[in-house]
Write a protein that binds this ligand. Structure first.
Ligand SMILES: C[S@@+](CC[C@H](N)C(=O)[O-])C[C@H]1O[C@@H](n2cnc3c(N)ncnc32)[C@H](O)[C@@H]1O
Length: 125
């Protein structure tokens, strides 16, 4: 994917206000080791770097193109050395147990399925 297309994808799908809000409202401590499941372009992890100023910033995504985009988009970030952007899905995380202290998955199809299941359980729709 060339630079123009990459920026288009990131602007359209990765730089939403909710991404920054997720990092800002997560109550991160400076030492937190953050995992973003389905990290996409990596924008939430880059925002999290401002709050978790010392811990690891780990993103996993099963789509190789998204991992490449997240790596390219993050390469110039001052905290890139603390970032690990890994190919993998929620079903089999490529990490050992107890590796992280904070984890989220946002704007994710799995969340949609979980919410639908919760709606069905809670209000019988
Ligand atoms: C709509 S994008 C959101 C990306 C990012 N969370 C954000 O908010 O900018 C959904 C992402 O979830 C990833 N994804 C799809 N299935 C997944 C799974 N089983 N485990 C983890 N990530 C998954 C996709 O590759 C895609 O990058």
């Amino acid at each position: 994917m060339d630079r123009a297309n990459r920026h288009h994808v990131c602007r359209k799908y990765g730089e939403h206000a909710i991404n920054r809000l997720t990092a800002a409202r997560a109550g991160l401590n400076q030492d937190d080791r953050v995992l973003d499941i389905g990290c996409g372009s990596g924008s939430v992890l880059r925002a999290a770097a401002e709050f978790a100023t010392k811990g690891d910033l780990i993103g996993v995504d099963p789509t190789p193109a998204m991992i490449r985009i997240s790596q390219t988009e993050s390469a110039d970030h001052p905290d890139f050395a603390r970032m690990r952007l890994l190919l993998g899905g929620a079903e089999a995380l490529p990490l050992p147990d107890n590796r992280v202290t904070v984890c989220w998955a946002i704007k994710h199809c799995t969340i949609g399925r979980i919410l639908r299941w919760a709606w069905q359980k809670l209000i019988g729709v």
